[in-house]
Design a protein around this ligand. Sequence first.
Ligand code: M3P
Ligand code: FE
Length: 309
Amino acid sequence: MAMTGVLRPGHAQVRVLDLEESVRFYRDVLGLVETGRDAQGRVYFKCWDERDHHSYVIRESDRAGIDFLGFRVLDKANLDRLEAGLKAYGIATERIPAGEMLETGERVRFTLPSGHAIELYAEKTKVGNGIPLINPAPWSLQREHGIGPVRLDHALLYGPNVAEVQKIFTEVLGFYLVERVLTPDGNANAAIWLSCGQKVHDIAFAEYPEPGKLHHCSFLMESWEQVLRAGDIMSMNTVPVDIGPTRHGVTRGCTIYAWDPSGNRFETFFGGHLPYPDYETMTWTFDNFGQGLDYPQRKLHETFLTVVS
Ligand code: M3P
Ligand code: FE
């Protein structure tokens, strides 16, 4: 499959209550690689196998949550094309100058009807994964530090107007709808899972009255065993765990949900099926939401619906 538009979620900027406590958590417990700090006081991280300078940025604030989620697009021509598409659709965009975020080119920013700030960008410095491009080893010692996820995989965002958000992602940004959970009356979607490639999802949304909320950022693990090991490391560090280890029915991904020291939920995730854009959307009725969330226990955990940052 040729991927020419939006490639992947490339960065999330998340607010934390205590910067240094959070740096210790993300660096030493989750096992991200710290790659920089800027004049605004933001701290930049990447997962060990990511090539770009950063994928996860934290800044200190008096409230947790997400500032924005950025998607990497193929090149500048696609950035211009996608921005023109957004404008033609009636969405206001602004350009954030190159360098405002370390090692990152110009970003196109817009706000979704769910209240989330989304960015598109085409340039970020490739710092590599610590493994040579000639005769590369399969992993480096960076993988062995903390939980050690492979990459930022996706995010689940909560806010209003999910039907309009779905139209923007599918009609303007080139995503397709992989799975959905219906509302109790069956007339609308309570939650949607969207992909821009062959991942089971790159972004998901759930209908929620308050705008701009973060449910979780998800980090990809290499195996179910690595998810279980993540659970061990969480317990060794008394990280508050929300759900799991278990498997989602929706996406078929293996998962643990847990909270960072500020109450931002994160996920360690493995697997999931591999859809193509021509596949038909899979639909879950609201009475099966429990299986969608936690397939073995068939349990719609209360926190899934109510705890966001
Ligand atoms: C995911 C995920 C429900 C949740 C599924 C979640 C309610 O697929 O990646 O977090 O089906
Ligand atoms: Fe997830």
